[in-house]
Ligand binder design. Structure first.
Ligand code: PEP
Ligand code: MG
Length: 572
């Protein structure tokens, strides 16, 4: 039907020009006559979304701003992570549903222990919840599944940092570590059986599903370049390894907004020295262990500063509760007893003494550095020492020391004094100096309420909206898996506030702290490093309240760049 074909082609071109967007057209040919039944803007994949906008921009059909506004930032996930093939997903049997903690598709054989992730070429690590010591295994696994935990639980945050698929808080699965089984929906899986995870929907499927690897083309780079041209805010990343820093830099991050130092202590021998520090009976023992940690920690920072050279790096001092670092198993406790030359009972007793009823509200954050100033001193030495070591090599490091979990001016001031005093000493010892900042996270409601006071001591604020959400709502960030799905289903909440910033409540505290901080220190640097820093509606909020930057996990950097540009354009 060459005639009808020609006519159809002309009409579809006309429609595309008229609507200046790709059309999804329905037509029929009856008795040789072409009839158009319907036209509407076509649905598209992430890759098509980018390509269509760039093509139309090149053809002069839309302008740059329109090309940016046409993007759905979250859809970029499809370009950055593997997805399941359409066929595979159509046949897949959903076996459980949890939270969509980190996007992408993963398939692999079940393992229940982090140190067994290398047992299979493709593994999925299933845990009741993860902790920092599972880090190495999480790095090896294709995907991570947890029965407990919310959108900002350890598994979720770490997986997002790695760009790895994760489903957290799948409340219906029962994991039996002893039997090495997982039961869900009446089916019991043994170790080694294949399962698949969709981190974008939170679904768990039976068996091995085909995945398609992502592909990022030149059109993506074009859209990203345009985004930076228009956005007022810039985007940093949350990264704590040279590898993640490099990934983020390649995705366009303009610095690190949060380098969590705790993960660094789990590799190789570091954990032993760290445990010695925590289990030491007195200051002398702690100091000896810290002396061992100092050069190792400095080397870690050198790696990160080098990967991020010329760009600012915010390093957060030690924050998690100490019990997360100590061994809870007999074997690990015996090892530490041998290393420290004490009986296993001494180690057991110390480990037990670290137990807290509410660790998230316990001995963590700057409470650690204020009770054990020697930790702050060691970390400050390592940060400044690393920056100076690079300076000697002609590499510019821009360190920013961040105090975690500040609630009062006095807490901040004590930490600031320790940092500044240590920095002065390092400068005097080395005869060298380096530009640096000392600031704080704002992640406790009281800190937001008294931000004018805290800004007297802090040169920058970074909003830790994971904890700020936890403490404003009073929801434990690690225990939302049980009630959050019900709350969402019943409409008690529109979104999981750990995923989408609650602008009405938590946002008020952010806004208040921004205003109060600037009142005291007009040039205070303001950013966000909670998980919301990579969520588009939250990024827009950050733009509206006047933050300088948002910081998010490496794979969300492009999403945040786009969201920041859209927020600026919406105001034009
Ligand atoms: C936060 O609380 O938002 C934050 C970034 O710190 P963490 O998630 O490490 O507690
Ligand atoms: Mg926090």
């Amino acid at each position: 039907m060459p005639e009808q074909y020609k006519e159809l082609n002309e009409i579809q071109e006309q429609l595309e020009k008229h609507y200046s967007d790709m059309q999804d057209i329905e037509f029929t040919v009856q008795d040789g006559k072409l009839w158009l039944l319907q036209t509407r803007t076509g649905k598209r994949t992430g890759a098509a979304m980018v390509k269509i906008a760039v093509d139309m921009l090149n053809e002069g059909i839309i302008d740059e701003k329109e090309a940016i506004m046409r993007q759905e930032p979250e859809k970029l996930d499809e370009l950055l992570h593997p997805v399941f093939s359409k066929d595979a997903i159509a046949k897949a049997k959903v076996q459980a549903k949890g939270l969509p903690a980190s996007p992408g598709a993963a398939t692999g054989q079940l393992v229940f222990f982090a140190d067994e992730c290398g047992k299979y070429e493709n593994s999925i690590l299933a845990r009741i919840e993860t902790s920092p010591e599972d880090l190495e295994g999480m790095n090896i696994a294709n995907g991570i599944l947890t029965a407990k935990g919310g959108m900002t639980s350890h598994a979720a945050v770490v997986a997002r940092g790695m760009g790895k698929c994760c489903v957290s808080g799948a409340g219906s699965i029962k994991i039996d570590y002893k039997a090495r089984t997982m039961t869900t929906d009446g089916r019991t899986y043994k170790e080694g059986e294949w399962i698949s995870l969709n981190g974008s929907t939170g679904e768990l499927y039976d068996g091995k599903l085909d995945t398609i690897d992502p592909e990022v083309g030149g059109d993506f780079a074009k859209i990203m370049e345009l985004a930076d041209k228009y956005s007022r805010m810039y985007v940093r990343t949350n990264a704590d390894t040279p590898h993640d820093s490099k990934v983020a830099r390649d995705f366009g991050a303009k610095g690190i907004g949060l380098c969590r130092t705790e993960h660094m202590f789990f590799e190789g021998e570091k954990i032993v020295a760290m445990r010695e520090m925590i289990l030491a009976k007195d200051l002398k023992g702690r100091q000896e262990a810290l002396d061992k940690l100092l050069p190792i920690q400095q080397k870690d920072f050198e790696g990160i500063f080098e990967a991020m050279q010329d760009l600012p790096v915010t390093v957060r001092l030690l924050a998690p509760p100490l019990h997360e670092f100590v061994p809870h198993d007999e074997k690990g406790q015996q090892e530490m007893a041998d290393v420290m030359g004490v009986s296993i009972d001494v180690i057991k007793e110390k480990v037990e003494s670290l137990h807290e009823f509410n660790p998230m509200l316990g001995h963590r954050g700057c409470r650690l550095g204020n009770t054990y100033p020697e930790i702050t001193i060691m970390q400050t030495r390592a940060i400044i020492g690393a920056a100076l070591a690079l300076k000697k090599k002609g590499i510019t490091a821009k360190p920013e020391i961040m105090i975690p979990l500040t609630g009062t001016y006095a807490e901040m001031k004590m930490q600031e004094d320790i940092c500044r005093d240590t920095i002065k000493k390092v400068f005097a010892e080395t005869g060298m100096e380096i530009d640096h900042l000392v600031g704080t996270m704002i992640e406790i409601p009281r800190a937001a309420l008294t931000a004018d006071e805290i800004a007297k001591s802090a040169e920058f604020f970074s909003f830790g909206t994971n904890d700020l959400t936890q403490m404003t709502f009073g929801y434990s960030r690690d225990d939302t898996g049980v009630f959050m799905p019900v709350y969402l289903k019943k409409g008690l909440l529109k979104h999981d506030p750990f995923e989408v910033l609650d602008q009405e409540g938590v946002g008020q505290l952010v806004k208040m702290a921004v205003d109060k901080g600037r009142q005291t220190r007009p040039d205070i640097k303001l950013g966000i490093c909670g998980e919301h820093g990579g969520e588009p509606s939250s990024v827009e909020f950050c733009h509206r309240v006047g933050l300088d930057y948002v910081s998010c996990s490496p794979y969300r950097v492009p999403i945040a760049r786009l969201a920041a540009a859209q927020a600026t354009i919406r105001e034009m």
